[in-house]
Each structure stands twice: as C-alpha cells, then as structure tokens.
Design a protein around this ligand. Sequence first.
Ligand code: AMP
Ligand code: MG
Length: 403
Amino acid sequence: MKTVAQHLASVLSVVHALPPLELGLMDAHGCVLAEDVVASAPLPGFDNSAMDGYAVRVADLGTVPVVLPVVGDIAAGPASPLRVQPGLCVRIMTGAMMPAGADAVVPLEWTDGGVAQVRIDRRPDVGAYVRRAGEDVTAGTVVLATGVHLGAAQIGLAAAVGRARLVVRPQPRVVVVSTGSELVEPGEPLGPGQIQDSNSPALTAAAVEAGAIAYRVGIVPDDPRKLADTLEDQLVRADVLVTSGGVSVGAYDVVKEVLSRLGTVSFDKVAMQPGMPQGFGTIGPDRTPVFGLPGNPVSALVSFEMFVRPALRTMLGAVPIERPRVQAVTDVALDSPPGKRSFLRVALEVRDGAYRIRPVSGPGSHLLAGMSRANALAVVPEDVTRVEVGSPVEVLVLERRGR
Ligand code: AMP
Ligand code: MG
C-alpha cells in the first residue's frame, strides 16, 4: 500500500503549470497572472471630489455660516476650465476634477444646496473630501504581481490601470466521467437497482471550486468499448480527465482495464479511508493526466480533495495548492482504522477562541448526506487509532467557493 503522501507526490511529479497565454480581461477572470501588471499612471489619475458639494477655498470660510456666490458647475467627465477665485465657489459632483484654486470640498449636506449662491454651515479642513491623485496607486507601481489569482477586485484593478488584456496561466480544463451501468442521469426515473449519478455533478462542481473549467460528460456504462471511445473523444479538450467508479476488484471494474490500455496508468491501494483504490497516470498523445477515482461518493470527493485539487491548483499556477489546515480540539472521541490515514467528516467551529470539531457523519464511504453537512475533514494519521475528547486534531477546512 502507498501512503497518501506518496500518492500525492507521484501525482505532483506528473502535472505542471500550464503555459502562459494572453487573454482578454474577462477571460482572464479565475486565471493566475503570469506577468506583473504595472500602473503607467497614478490612481486616482487627478485630484477629484469625493462628494457632491462645493469646491471652495477654505480661507474664505472664516466664520460660518457664510454665503458665497456659485460661479459654475463641474460634473464628472470633462476637465474643468474653471478656476476658483477668492470669495467664490463652484458646485462640484463626486468624481469631478477639482478646479484650480480650490483646496477642499464642502459636502452638499453642510449647505442649503444653492445654485446661484450657497450658504455654507460648516467649515471643512484644507484637503477635506478631495481624493488626491496617486493616493491609491502611484505611477510605476506593480499593482498585481505574477502569481496573483484573478478574482473580481483584481480584474477591476487591472481595468482601472487600463489593461484590456493580461498574460495569464489558463485554467485547466477538466473532463468528468462517471462509470457504472447502474447510473441514471439526475432527474430521470430509476429502475430497480439503479441510482442517480451523483459523482459527475459533485466532481464537476469540485473542479470548478478548485479553479478549473469543468465539463461534465456524465455517465458511461461499464462497457470497455464505450468508455475507451468516450475518453479518446474527450482528450481533445481535456487538460485532465477524472473518472469515477470501476477501480476496485469487482468483475465489471472496466476503468482499470481501459485506462491501462490507453496509456500509463497505475492502480494502487492508498492507505486512506475513505478512498483506498486510486488510479492515476497519463493517456493519449499529449500524455494527459487521468485520475481514476473510486465510485463511492464520499471516496470520490475525498480523493478529489487529496489528489485532484492539488493537481489542478498546480496546473493553474495557484498557491497554496492545498486547503487551509488548522489545529482543532475534538468534542467527541474519534476512532480511526490502524495503518490508514482517515478523513472524518466534521463540523468545525470556533468556540471560546479555539477551533472545535465534532463528527457529522459515520465513516461509511456511501454517506453523502453526512459529507454535505461537513465543513471540514479531520485528518487522523496512520499510526493513530483513537483521538480522545479534548485532544488536538489537524483539520482540513472545506470552504466553498463559487466560480
Ligand atoms: P465502483 O467503484 O464502481 O464499484 O462503485 C462503488 C460504489 O459507488 C457502488 O455502490 C456504486 O454504485 C457507487 N457509485 C459508483 N459511481 C457512482 C456515481 N457516479 N454516483 C453515485 N454512486 C456511484
Ligand atoms: Mg462501478
């Protein structure tokens, strides 16, 4: 038997970060930057008003209230030709360029809102409600460094510094196939002995949550020919293939047979629970990595967490490749089989300033509802068979993240 660490090491020795390419801004969302993005100009680009109000010279507002003539209006957009002369003021909108001569903005709320003249009830400090050029970013700064994972705020910043295209590592494309002649597409009626395919939806969602682009092919029956045809067809668009089922020792475990024929794939027993049988290798002309995950739904998902997710994150170029881990204290004694690393489905919470866990499911690898209640996996090492109440345990945090 291999250890979890050994199996992960063999996976990571095969997968590599995908080569960078230039993408349009929105296509780069979810990718990892492969260049430093430098601001060629400051942000804000010019001094502008933080409020709707009046641009004034603070020295003119000796004692308030004071009434000043309003000599013009400045909206966001055009550059202001106005200069505020002593004793005068200009009405100004949020984001509009500060006129020369003015040194503060009086918010509309501090005035009577006048158009020809305005009564000002409070005196701002010099510089109040003015956003200074460069106070967010100075010209020449690296605003987004190589390796940054591009989410909403990063895409916004790239746009704000004027970038329409970015050099990124693309998201890996993952093709997900469920194998099993007992499987039925979710929503279709079940015959006797049939079950809904829950693995391809779960694994596709898990791939998206890991940062990949995922294609759910769905069900292939336990027919070697059909499986081989499907996998060969999918190779054109797959950076990674993930199958579930058919990797144990049953009579109809066709994944083993087919993958062994299409490439260099080995099938190992990994000392873990759930998820003992694992297939991994490469197939096809491009030596596409393929994971043959076990069929039991919790085994499939836990295997994904331990092996596929780190591989996808490596291909994406994202760090860290693993889920966050914390030390927690267990509220309930935990049992674990000898010689295996077990991953127990637990609820993790912070109580009295410490991470606490309690199991939310039995260990059965078919207990998907239990898995759905877990927000973390407690990791009990190979040489530990019992964790007593109040003892520390390492916990993998399963935060959920959309695309
Ligand atoms: P296998 O590894 O193919 O022997 O499958 C192990 C167990 O997982 C069996 O009870 C299967 O019915 C179940 N199983 C396999 N594939 C799926 C799937 N896609 N969705 C739900 N259960 C599955
Ligand atoms: Mg099967």
